[in-house]
Design a protein around this ligand. Structure first.
Ligand code: CP
Ligand code: NVA
Length: 310
């Protein structure tokens, strides 16, 4: 059994194995409908319990479809219906019950500490479906999408992030840049630079990261342009002020022109005003493929967590 909480704690060789398995399974079930089970049904009879303390569309759908395709089933808990959220039951007892009834637990949380607390008491694997500080399942899936579209290892590409330099998605992208050895340029306002501790960790681990306070400079010669909402779900900020601070960091056609001609645009969704409609809906945008691929990578993450990855 293996937890999947942060990319930086998972060996690079395991992350690569997860992607290879996702690729293998995606090709194999091309003609199957969404809920038809993979031939080998590797998680037959297993139950994934998922709980969302914050909104979700893609993560919820993709984990549900993923466990079903592997032969298992999913139960989604609403935190407001549990005793836990009202202070009527401890994490320790909740974790014990989850571990007795279920076989894996996927948690989207508003508090990183909760992942650690659950981990302490669970005897089944726990998967981080987004926390204030990381979004590892998203970013691993994005590496999959990039390699699928570009048909080469991400280590041969230059990836660019425009937007908040210190949110969950960029944090996981920084961790991924170390694990997969790719060049990462970050374009963000001075006030919103990446987390210092994470940058220090990445430097110690041979990261190839450049930070710019100019979006076109950051995008120059990149193969992939990423952005994300300026205000994240767990941000406790003055929203309109933060949006104003990012007025020069919108991904528009000018930014895309700074990148390579065959560059692609990715966005984990949901979107706000950080990308222009013509880029988001344009030819270079691969956002729908990116969203759908989450199913295949979640399947592989589940197999990894169950110790069933070859
Ligand atoms: N990208 C992503 O995690 O989407 P949801 O918040 O809808 O799950
Ligand atoms: N950074 C965003 C990602 C949403 C999937 C947020 O946390 O709201």
């Amino acid at each position: 059994m293996k937890n999947f909480i942060n990319l930086k704690d998972i060996p690079a060789k395991d992350l690569k194995k997860i992607l290879n398995e996702a690729k293998r399974r995606k090709v194999k079930r091309k003609k199957l409908a969404a809920l038809e089970v993979d031939k080998d049904a590797p998680l037959k009879g297993k139950m994934l319990v998922q709980m969302f303390e914050k909104s979700s569309l893609r993560t919820r759908l993709s984990f549900y479809v993923a466990i079903r395709q592997l032969g298992g089933g999913a139960l989604t808990l609403r935190p407001d219906e549990l005793h836990l959220s009202k202070g009527g039951e401890s994490i320790a007892d909740t974790a014990k019950i989850l571990s007795t009834f279920g076989n894996a637990f996927m948690l989207r949380t508003d508090n990183d500490q909760k992942l650690d607390n659950f981990k302490k008491y669970m005897t089944i694997p726990i998967i981080n479906g987004l926390s204030p500080s990381s979004h590892p399942t998203q970013v691993l899936s994005d590496v999959f999408t990039i390699e699928e579209i570009k048909k080469k290892p991400i280590s041969k590409l230059q990836i660019c992030w425009i937007g908040d330099g210190n949110n969950n998605v960029i944090n996981s992208l920084i961790e991924a840049s170390v694990k997969f050895s790719f060049k990462l340029s970050i374009g963000c306002p001075k006030k919103y630079q990446p987390n210092k501790k994470l940058l220090n960790w990445s430097k110690k681990n041979k990261a190839q990261i450049k930070i710019f306070n100019d979006s076109e400079k950051a995008a120059t010669d990149s193969d992939v342009i990423f952005t994300d909402k300026v205000v994240s779900m767990n941000d406790k900020v003055n929203k309109s002020k933060k949006i104003k601070d990012f007025k020069n960091f919108k991904v528009d056609s000018k930014v895309m022109r700074s990148a390579k001609k065959d560059s692609i645009f990715l966005h984990c969704l949901p979107r706000g005003s950080e990308v222009s409609d013509d880029v988001f809906l344009g030819k270079q945008s691969k956002v729908w493929q990116q969203a759908l691929n989450r199913i295949y990578v979640q399947k592989s993450i589940l197999l990894y967590s169950f110790g069933k990855l070859r």
